[in-house]
Design a protein around this ligand. Structure first.
Ligand code: RAM
Length: 516
């Protein structure tokens, strides 16, 4: 599935009042110095940090620096020379990697559908040594590989030092103290908070390596996790205002918003992402009781639900093919998304109803609740297969369909877990690819009363990423296809990705004995 939307002449409609409020909510950044890498390798051989500054480097030599943890921030190098006079520039390449496997990929072999400009690689000439080289971009990395492309026969390059400064707007002092029953759960919890912190920037970014952007599907999961950890309340509010403040001219919310310049909705509409606005606002209000946000955001958010009701339902009350074609759900290829989207719509209707109750509009609340109930009945009548004991989407059985229907409360817990088991046992059904989808799968297990299975899955799936040596969670991970990428090449995959940060939320809310 390729997600490329280009609407010729598209101009988002901006609401300056909402965008001004978003601007006022912009957070400050915390800067954390990391003065030196924790380990070096030269041409594959380990070398102590004390020896590194005097190790002469010639054409073709490579220095691998390991900062010991994932970092989002600025990188600088202190370079010098050895030997005779510097009669030619030093020419070097720097590759940044979030996980060491990334160095196994050749950037030239990437021909996928996302821009190769996301590959974190720089080549530069240093005319005069010694030099302090401060790179202008922000990177997401744990490892830096320096390749000497050339010096000259007269002199060699010295790497006297390397350092970086981490950037994040997450407030570590807000973290509650927690105790864990074992080390595995603790490590998963910590990696999920690191993932969230690294994505917590001037907006809640999807991934600091790529796309560095505000996406609604990611925002919802980041916000949920932030409520139990850093509590970036003003930032979450800012993100909601950005979505409401820059939209399609017809009022739809874009799936993502560009925020580096004047905020601008992207010309990408994803049906499920627009629908998540209502649950995201409801969850925000449950945490904050923020009357200003309710007043400002209620109409833009309800519009998303109304739009789908008006444009995307068939005469029999199921979602139209075209709505499902513009839904995300997961990166799985060949996934029929109709039934999953039907489940998302029911959840959005329930959220819309509680927003209306909060706003003191019981009759509109009743309208949304009745609609949700009607869609539940339609689902059981038209999408449920008695014979197969689970939901179908077209004639396809997928875990995805069961998950979103379970979360929509369409069936009681016992039946829900049977449906899930059936879908899972069916060979050839579409696989879950992203931690985003696995999050909803775990939530569906919990809703089906399967707490032990939920915990087991969390340990296996997210723990699996840690067992590869990573200390953050990824954008895409299918253990049966570890080299897979939704983009046609792993080198542009993001290995610290917002939507994978939810274990801290699940652990805190559902798995620890004194949940918060
Ligand atoms: C990707 C981003 C983002 C996700 C969208 C659908 O490009 O990684 O996280 O929300 O796709």
């Amino acid at each position: 599935m390729q997600l490329i939307s280009i609407i010729p002449g598209f101009k988002p409609k901006n609401d300056s009042r909402l965008l001004e409020k978003a601007e006022l909510l912009k957070p400050g950044l915390y800067y954390t110095p990391y003065p030196a890498p924790t380990a070096f390798r030269v041409n594959g051989q380990e070398i102590s940090p004390a020896e590194m500054p005097d190790r002469p480097l010639r054409r073709g030599d490579q220095v691998l620096m390991d900062f010991g943890r994932h970092i989002v921030g600025r990188f600088s190098l202190s370079l010098d020379q050895a030997g005779s006079a510097q009669d030619a520039p030093a020419y070097i390449r720097l590759n940044f990697a979030e996980i060491s496997d990334e160095f196994g990929e050749d950037p030239k072999q990437y021909h996928g559908w996302l821009s190769s400009s996301w590959i974190q690689q720089e080549e530069m000439h240093i005319d005069i040594l010694p030099a302090q080289v401060c790179l202008p971009r922000r990177y997401a990395f744990r490892y830096v590989l320096l390749t000497v492309l050339d010096t000259s026969l007269k002199y060699q390059l010295l790497v006297r030092g390397a350092s970086c400064t981490g950037e994040s707007s997450a407030d570590e002092t807000a973290l509650p103290a927690r105790t864990f029953p074992d080390d595995e759960l603790k490590r998963i919890y910590e990696a999920s908070l690191r993932t969230l912190a690294e994505c917590t920037q001037l907006v809640l970014e999807d991934g600091p390596k790529r796309d560095r952007r505000l996406w609604m599907g990611d925002l919802r999961l980041q916000a949920l996790t932030s409520y139990v950890s850093f509590r970036s309340i003003a930032l979450i509010k800012r993100c909601l205002y950005l979505f409401a403040g820059s939209r399609f001219p017809d009022g739809r919310m874009s799936a993502n918003v560009f925020t580096d310049k004047e905020p601008a909705a992207d010309d990408t509409y994803l049906t499920d992402y627009a629908l998540w606005a209502a649950p995201t606002l409801r969850e925000y209000l449950a945490e904050t009781d923020d009357g200003e946000a309710l007043d400002d955001l209620l109409d833009p958010v309800l519009f998303q639900v109304d739009y789908v009701l008006e444009h995307f339902l068939t005469a029999d009350g199921t979602v139209k093919e075209e709505a499902a074609e513009s839904a995300f759900i997961d990166w799985s290829d060949n996934l029929d998304r109709r039934t999953a989207l039907h489940g998302v719509l029911i959840q959005a209707l329930e959220a819309a109803a509680s927003l209306c109750e909060r706003a003191g509009d019981p009759s509109r609340a009743r309208f949304y609740r009745d609609k949700a109930e009607e869609l539940r009945q339609t689902a059981m009548r038209l999408l449920w297969s008695e014979e197969q004991g689970c939901f179908l989407s077209g004639d396809q059985v997928s875990v995805h369909s069961q998950v979103f229907m379970i979360l929509a409360g369409v069936m009681p817990p016992e039946r829900a877990s049977e449906a899930l088991e059936r879908a899972e046992s069916l060979p050839g059904s579409p696989r879950m690819i992203t931690p985003y989808m696995h999050h909803y799968y775990v939530m569906a297990l919990l809703a089906a009363g399967q707490k032990n299975r939920a915990e087991k899955h969390l340990r296996e799936y997210w723990g699996g990423m840690l067992r590869t040596g990573s200390d953050t969670f990824w954008e895409s991970w299918d253990p049966s296809d570890p080299d897979g990428s939704p983009y046609g090449g792993r080198i542009v995959n993001s290995y610290c990705h917002a939507w994978s940060c939810t274990p801290a939320f699940i652990i805190s809310r559902y798995l620890l004995s004194s949940p918060t």
